[in-house]
Design a protein around this ligand. Sequence first.
Ligand code: DAH
Length: 348
Amino acid sequence: MTELASKLDDVTQRFAAAVDRANDEQALESVRVAYLGRNGEVTAVRRAIGALPPGERPEAGRVINDAVAAMERRLQAAHGELESRAFDAELAASIDVTFPSIRRPAGSIHPVRRIIEESCAYFVRHGFAVVVGPEAEPDYYTFDALNIPSDHPAREGFDSFWISDTLLLRPHTSPMQIRTMQQHRPPIAIVAPGKCFRRDAVDARHLFQFHQVEGLLVAEGINFGHLKGMLTGLCRELFGAQQNVRFRPSYFPFTEPSAEVDTTCPKCKGTGLLGSQSCNMCGGSAWIELGGAGMVHPSVLTEVGYDPDRYSGWAFGFGVERLGLTRYEVDDIRRFTKSDPNFLAQLS
Ligand code: DAH
């Protein structure tokens, strides 16, 4: 019996060492066959029971069975370990979903686009249609039909990029007034946003490429009060009610009477001064111009075949970047062209 016990001890110890060495399922299976298989080491020990005195055999059988049970548990545990090691390896090789992600900065709607969308939404809410037209226009739509014949001094105010003798990059969105009125009968209520181009020297409030929002309403019985009401409403919408806006008598060949619409300079806050210097945004005037407006000139109505005795209308054209300067209190109009993510993020 003691001989059998020490043999069993030797087998279980070698078994344990072999299990520890086995680092995959196949190796583990070989260990099982070598020790617990039909011709394995434990079977050899079991055979030795027959040589024992009959009285010792049951006890010997129980000791061997206990040892086998322990060995099987050990194998089971080793299987579990291999499995979890394989799982860990798989996890390490794949994406760790608990790892903090890299933040990819999301883009935002550009402030110029936002002003265009909000302005259009305001007019659409009041029953206007949005129309867009070409950025390269014949001089007929740009000037002649707007009561600015080729010898008219007002053309000098639109220092333009000419493509040919008669085609130019539009210096304002007003050509859309003509295009719309030539295609439709009154009543007309449109808003026309878009890019404009002028050979202007660039400074804190001028760009050579910028945007305008044009508006036109023509029907019976339209007067200047309607214009003032709609434009005041637009400014309230974009800036809030506290922002100062003024209508200043002015001149455009295509409107009579005409006005320019100004608002408190967003840079010097209407003081005209930056420290002891005069403000470089408003030139010390304390106001910046948003754009022009007026009652559509009878000559323009006649040009498109409308009866000026029956119909009247108002029109306006605002600089979108100018609206943006005011809305966002920006110190220089050139910022709108730079795509600086820090600047844009502040306004989004
Ligand atoms: N087109 C003019 C400009 O760019 C602005 C303007 C003035 C537009 C009066 C209008 C208007 O529609 O009625 O300077």
